[in-house]
Design a protein around this ligand. Structure first.
Ligand SMILES: *[C@@H]1O[C@H](CO)[C@@H](O)[C@H](O)[C@H]1NC(C)=O
Ligand SMILES: *[C@@H]1O[C@H](CO)[C@@H](O)[C@H](O)[C@H]1NC(C)=O
Ligand SMILES: *[C@@H]1O[C@H](CO)[C@@H](O)[C@H](O)[C@H]1NC(C)=O
Ligand SMILES: [Zn+2]
Length: 502
């Protein structure tokens, strides 16, 4: 009841907030003192908090967005049973959730004091502890300083076969697109570059790469497919980097695990699902998450991972345009999502699909929107557990294996939508019959194994190092790649040999 009421209040204040935004104009609204905003909105903690977040994204794309006075706060309900109510409250207050795991929710609050007041009022059992007092000072100032100091000493071409150099840095969009094109051109025996898979709001190209050994023999044809994408959320830079790491090794490695996989399978990789958002995270707002959908009043963006037509809007997604989890005007409304769905539809034999995100260190499988397990819960859980063990064996990092819903209920994710796509088992029947399928088992369809991996850092590591979250040190790119690549190869191989049939 209570959270409903707040939701209604927030809704009622939309018009007022629009007026506030106009008054303040298109400047870096984050810098506006909280008191000024408080005076302009309803005298309600909840809507005030909402208001202070509501103006994100209204800056032009070359102006850096600042987060002066914002803090990161860890929220811990005394009772696990309060967790759903906490998540609903955070959604209604339009609070930016950074990480949620093991009953701890780390959020960015424009004003920690106001947040604590709202909690006292609506959910008094929740403990709030400030982890980072000033996001601007502690996280963003060092980040922008490093960006300003960054000099491209070597051309992309010069680094193509120098992974130590390439993976020592995060790269901006143009560099990454150039790198993928050069990689594909240098490894035509393994890579087909798929241009213009789609076009974004701002007119950027979505590209994909198809990896396989075109001359492999003695394999079942047509080849099964594995799908992997990264970068749906702009600020999760390690996801973009890890996707590159996987691509680089698929392209260049002579390791038998990889060559035998490429003999038998096609791996379709979408390197940057949200290029508009990623470009903006380099020039404007380092903490930008969504795409760059705009209207006459400015850019607001849609959370692409709340926009797939799979239980759209049913849980953990916002109806408010300025929310970081805005679900969009309708299911599959976004050109990026439409393009990814069309690409997926054009791949009739996908046995495994993977979405790379950050952060928290978790390996997550469907469902996201309901507490009811899928019929494949044992297989999915076992797959996640095995990947987690592989990851741990590399550098000792713990990745939690659980359902997406166990983070918090949310909906309309790519991972759920892929799992929804059941295909006739006949699609896998090639020239050599039905492969190793046991047709007498009366199974008629298969689905992809579907996973989201949240990469480093963990909640603990990030605060022990003084706070990093999405701004993971570039020296971690290679170690993350080293732990994720073998887990990915295991994933692809196991899915190939144990198709998820139903
Ligand atoms: C592709 O398969 C052919 C035939 O089996 C093999 O000779 C070749 O080495 C493979 N290429 C790669 C890059 O693995
Ligand atoms: C083809 O593959 C099968 C099973 O992996 C193997 O037993 C057989 O020796 C292979 N044949 C050739 C010609 O490589
Ligand atoms: C095929 O499936 C049936 C029914 O589930 C089972 O009894 C049989 O042992 C299976 N055969 C093989 C070769 O897996
Ligand atoms: Zn994400």
């Amino acid at each position: 009841m209570m959270t409903k009421r707040i939701g209604w209040l927030a809704a009622a204040s939309v018009a007022l907030l629009a007026a506030v935004a106009v008054l303040i104009g298109g400047h870096a609204v984050h810098a506006a003192p909280a008191a000024a905003l408080q005076a302009l909105v309803l005298n309600d903690d909840a809507t005030t908090q909402w208001a202070m977040h509501s103006t994100k994204g209204r800056t032009n794309s070359h102006q850096r967005v600042h987060y002066h006075g914002h803090s990161l706060v860890r929220l811990t309900p005394a009772r696990a049973a309060d967790l759903p109510a906490l998540h609903q409250l955070l959604l209604d207050l339009n609070i930016d959730v950074w990480s949620a795991l093991r009953g701890q929710v780390d959020v960015r609050a424009a004003d920690a004091h106001v947040l604590k007041q709202a909690l006292d009022r609506y959910l008094p059992g929740v403990r709030a502890r400030t982890l980072v007092a000033d996001v601007e000072k502690q996280l963003l100032e060092p980040h922008w300083h490093a960006i300003d100091e960054r000099v491209a000493v070597k051309s992309v071409a010069a680094q193509l076969h120098d992974p130590k150099s390439w993976f020592a840095e995060y790269h901006h969009l143009d560099e990454i697109y150039e790198w993928y094109q050069l990689l594909a051109a240098a490894h035509k025996d393994r890579i087909t570059l798929m241009r213009n898979v789609g076009t974004t709001h701002e007119g950027r190209e979505l590209m994909a790469l198809r990896f396989t050994n075109h001359s492999s023999t003695n394999v079942t044809l047509p080849k099964k497919q594995v799908y992997v994408q990264g970068g749906i959320h702009a600020r999760e830079w390690i996801a973009h980097a890890t996707t590159q790491y996987i691509a680089y090794h698929l392209a260049t490695s002579d390791d038998q695990t990889i060559t035998s996989l490429l003999d038998e399978v096609e791996i379709v990789l979408v390197p940057i699902v949200n290029p508009d958002g990623y470009a903006y995270s380099w020039t404007g707002d380092r903490l930008w998450r969504k795409n760059r959908r705009a209207d006459a009043r400015g850019v607001f963006g849609v959370d692409l991972n709340r926009n797939y037509p799979s239980h759209w809007g049913e849980a953990g997604a916002s109806k408010f345009r300025f929310s970081d989890t805005y679900m969009g005007p309708s299911p599959g409304s976004e050109p990026e999502v439409q393009a990814l769905m069309a690409l997926f539809d054009s791949l009739p034999r996908v046995v495994a699909a993977l979405d790379l995100h950050a952060f928290s260190q978790a390996i997550l499988h469907p469902p996201s929107w309901t507490l009811t397990d899928t019929v494949h819960e044992p297989q999915l859980k076992a797959m996640g557990d095995a990947m987690s063990q592989i990851i741990k064996s590399v550098h000792g990092k713990d990745y939690v294996s659980e359902r997406l819903v166990d983070l918090y209920p949310h909906s309309a994710t790519g991972t759920d939508w892929w799992y929804d796509q059941s295909r006739p088992l006949d699609n896998l029947a090639g020239k050599r019959g039905v492969d190793a399928m046991n047709m007498s088992a009366r199974k008629t369809v298969f689905r992809p194994y579907s996973f989201t991996i949240e990469l480093r850092p963990s909640q603990e590591d990030t605060w022990q190092t003084g706070g990093s979250g999405f701004i993971l040190d570039k020296r971690e790119i290679i170690p993350v790649g080293e732990e994720i690549l073998p887990a990915f190869l295991y994933y692809a191989r196991t899915a190939l040999d144990n198709v998820l049939i139903e």
